[in-house]
Design a protein around this ligand. Structure first.
Ligand SMILES: [Zn+2]
Length: 251
């Protein structure tokens, strides 16, 4: 699952090699043709941005919106180089002078007229990006408090409250903050909520820098690194996303 750190890395990588370039756009897979990717052919890529789990590529009056979900990805290759996936699987190919960005799979790949970006239903309701350069933690704490009965782990995944945290960093941030992800928001103090948000942000920024994820509890592959006990796991929230936690260390 691509969380905010993966998207920010993709945005930086893609932006570094293609920003300012006029691209040759193609869509080897019919899904990309249906999204109108070929309309980008001959346009200049002006900016690449990430917001939470969303990647936005600005081409003048058209923006390409990509959400990778569980199985989507962007690859960057030297132009004409070998790909790690079959050509026919590519939804979008954006080729610049020396590099090409190739997109495979995912729930969302679509063009949005720039004039409609601000009121786009999928994008306008996103909360603040946990990886934004300047983050108002108190505003997110207030947003989280809107539903005091909601479990902490479930609330952290709600992209309308805070964008970018996925299932990995939900569990890892709760562990780092020493908080039981099943506690309700109303049962937690502002300091607790700030601590878990700061933990998520810190861990995700580390992952952006290193390109690696170091798991303490996620997927419960090892005993708890703090107490050696067994890591518990159970589906949480309406989407039943698995939460991992140490029942002894997280209170
Ligand atoms: Zn433990």
């Amino acid at each position: 699952m691509a969380e905010g750190d993966t998207i920010l890395r993709a945005a930086r990588r893609l932006g570094a090699v293609l920003t300012g370039e006029t691209v040759a756009a193609s869509a080897p897979n019919p899904r990309g043709r249906a999204a109108g990717i070929e309309r980008l052919d001959g346009r200049r890529l002006e900016r690449v941005e990430s917001h939470g789990k969303n990647l936005l590529l600005g081409f003048g009056d058209l923006t390409l919106h990509s959400h990778m979900g569980m199985n989507g990805s962007w690859h960057v290759y030297p132009r004409g180089g070998r790909w790690r996936k079959p050509r026919g699987a590519a939804w979008a190919v954006l080729a610049g002078e020396a590099w090409e960005a190739v997109q495979f799979g995912g729930p969302t790949l679509r063009l949005i007229p720039a004039s409609r970006l601000a009121r786009d239903p999928q994008l306008a309701r996103l909360g603040p990006d946990i990886l934004a350069p300047e983050l108002d933690l108190d505003a997110i704490v207030r947003a989280l408090r809107a539903d005091p009965a909601r479990g902490l782990g479930d609330a952290l995944l709600d992209q309308t409250l805070v964008a970018g945290i996925g299932n990995i960093f939900k569990s890892e941030a709760c562990f780092a903050a020493g908080l039981d992800p099943w506690r309700s928001i109303g049962d937690l103090g502002d300091e607790d909520l700030r601590a878990v948000l700061e933990a998520a942000r810190g861990q995700m920024l580390e992952a952006v820098a290193s390109g690696r994820h170091a798991y303490a509890v996620y997927r419960a592959r090892r005993p708890c690194p703090a107490c050696g006990g067994r890591i518990a796991s159970r589906g949480q929230g309406d989407a039943n996303r698995t939460t991992y936690w140490c029942p002894d260390c997280q209170l």
